[in-house]
Design a binder for this molecule. Structure first.
Ligand code: FAD
Ligand code: DLZ
Ligand code: SF4
Length: 507
């Protein structure tokens, strides 16, 4: 007999290790362990979601005839690590070896490879592109543009294809998306589930062990099995999808989810299959229930961006997370861990992250990410924060988004220019500025929006690197047209702001 490892983000019946396993002889190993629960200070809701979904998945496997050796966190024999549990179970069952599906993190890949047991690693086939597919596509290209990779994925899956042409004649309908914040949101947000007895037990355990971590454990409403996640998906396709494209980039003070799918955590943990999700979404278009701009935009996020960032993570190797192309070294400000800030946009994005272990893409990219980049925060600290606080965060997907897309720390592998903006972008896409202590119209002075000051500070301090970038020339021309005195004021006020930030003052 062999041991078959199933990790907390591998909760899929079609997982390669289960497909290759033998129900009659092999033993499935699942373990809640201190190492996985604390390699970063995960949000308590993320830990509870993982443990609850693991426990329910183990039961589904047992009902399906598998033998499962499951270690709860509070088992007195728990060795505290995945490898420790495999070694313990191997001697308990006199196992001939361990088979596992490749984990989504270099750290764990290395640990499993180093075990004093016979091991066999299988590819994770829950993705559309294998490592080889991605490398074949990337080979010989000067720039790895997501848009071209995405077209390959459309052809490969046949999603939204009309023969060999894209549905409607265009590959990308983003031109119709990205409208400013709506006055009214007609979708009521993600489906919320009442904790059953399994979840209540997990909540008590997490409150006891991880109650001091940043984040609110309750109310806990996530789906924790495939049935629930599918119910949530059906509700979103009906109520959220039709306007998903239009308001994908909008932000509101009083609405945390707008038309977003809130589905990344379920797909990444294995409760939903990405292709199944896209097929259901494409069906809504064929049935006339959702417009092409919304459906194409959503499918692009999944078969385009999601697959592309995974390709980058595995292609770039384990040291990707340590890159720091811009030499940023400021400590992550306390406001990221809940300290008060006068910036309303930051307060809203971080506040909802604390409450829900969720923020949508533009909050992550253009509010918390933008601020960290403008303020010159050490990208490794930014990366650890994102990995800790979001329920959908695993390194393979989080690191390329943070190190690459958001912080430009990989020197432009993912982003052709840094995602930076002044307060004006946030003002255009949200209603945050109206209720802010700062004034978005003010470019200098006591109440000047910090994004306005730091924007120019960033461009000025990285002039050598970016002034030749064809997509940034305009920005430098605007800066150069300002008179010297104004430029000096902007830079010295930005320096003053950064000093206060470093001193831990409320900014
Ligand atoms: P929707 O807006 O409804 O989008 C649908 C789905 O598309 C998502 O669920 C996700 O599966 C996929 N998707 C969209 N954009 C991306 C992307 N850039 N990369 C990968 N998948 C994408 N996504 C994660 O899954 N885990 C992370 O840890 C993560 N960290 C991020 C950090 C930063 C700085 C940024 C800018 C983005 C990050 N993303 C991450 C991508 C994206 O923000 C989230 O997938 C999305 O916000 C999840 O919410 P949703 O399910 O409501 O997504
Ligand atoms: C995120 C997480 C947490 C909090 N706890 C566990 C755990 O106790 N046991 C487990 O198998 N997996 C857990 N996970 C998910 C893993 O960290 C994830 O499998 C790796 O990061 C690889 O993506
Ligand atoms: Fe954010 Fe500036 Fe608007 Fe305040 S004024 S909400 S800091 S963008």
């Amino acid at each position: 007999m062999r041991l078959l490892l199933v990790l907390g983000d591998q909760l899929s019946p079609n997982l390669s290790v289960l497909q290759k396993g033998d129900k009659a002889q092999d033993v499935v190993v699942m373990a809640e362990v201190a190492d996985e629960a604390s390699y970063v200070p995960h949000h308590p809701k993320k830990i509870a979601f993982t443990f609850a979904a693991m426990r329910k998945f183990a039961q589904t496997l047992r009902d399906d005839g598998w033998t499962v050796a499951y270690t709860p966190l509070d088992d007195p024999h728990n060795s505290g690590s995945i490898t420790g549990e495999l070694i313990r179970r191997a001697s308990e069952h006199d196992a001939a070896g361990v088979v596992y599906t490749e984990p989504g993190e270099w750290r764990l890949i290395a640990a499993l490879g180093d075990m004093p047991l016979k091991t066999h690693c299988l590819p994770d086939t829950r993705f559309i592109a294998s490592h080889q597919d991605f490398d074949d596509w990337a080979e010989g290209r000067k720039q790895l543009r997501m848009e071209y990779f995405y077209r390959e994925m459309r052809r490969k899956t046949g999603l939204l294809m009309d023969g060999d042409q894209p549905e409607g004649g265009k590959w990308n309908y983003d031109h119709d998306n990205r409208k400013p914040a709506p006055d009214q949101v007609t979708y009521g947000g993600p489906m919320q589930f009442t904790p059953d007895d399994t979840i209540k037990e997990v909540l008590a355990l997490v409150a006891d062990r991880f109650g001091d971590n940043f984040g609110d454990l309750e109310p806990f409403w996530f789906a924790t099995d495939t049935g629930q996640a599918r119910q949530h998906l059906t509700q979103w396709i009906k109520g959220g999808l039709p306007k998903f494209g239009d308001f994908q980039d909008a932000m509101l003070d009083d609405n945390r989810f707008l038309y977003h799918a809130v589905i990344g955590l379920y797909i990444n943990a294995g409760l939903l299959d990405p292709l199944e999700v896209c097929q259901k979404v494409a069906q809504a278009y064929r049935d006339g229930d959702a417009p092409l701009n919304a459906v194409e935009g959503f499918i692009r996020q999944i078969i385009g961006w999601r697959e592309y960032v995974r390709g980058i993570y595995f292609r770039e190797g384990p040291e990707y997370t340590t890159r720091n192309a811009l030499g940023h070294d400021r400590a992550l400000p306390a406001m990221y861990w809940g300290a008060e800030t006068k910036m309303n946009c930051m307060s809203k994005a971080i506040g909802q992250t604390k409450a829900e272990a969720y923020a949508h893409h533009i909050q992550r990219l253009m509010v918390t990410g933008n601020f960290a980049l403008l303020a010159g925060i050490d990208p490794a600290q930014v990366h650890e924060w994102y990995l800790a606080v979001y329920a959908d965060a695993y390194e393979w997907v989080e690191a390329p988004n943070v190190i690459g897309m958001s912080q430009f720390a990989d020197d432009g592998i993912i982003a052709s220019k840094p995602y930076i903006s002044s307060g004006n972008y946030i003002h255009k896409m949200s209603d945050h500025c109206g209720a802010c202590a700062y004034r978005v119209q003010d470019k200098t002075g006591e109440k000047a929006c910090p994004f306005n000051l730091l924007y120019w500070h960033f461009l000025d301090r990285h002039r050598e690197r970016f002034e030749g970038n064809p997509r940034m020339g305009n920005m430098y021309r605007v800066w150069d047209r300002m008179d010297d005195a104004r430029r000096e004021t902007v830079l010295s006020e930005a320096d003053g702001f950064l000093k206060k930030l470093e001193a831990g003052e409320k900014v």
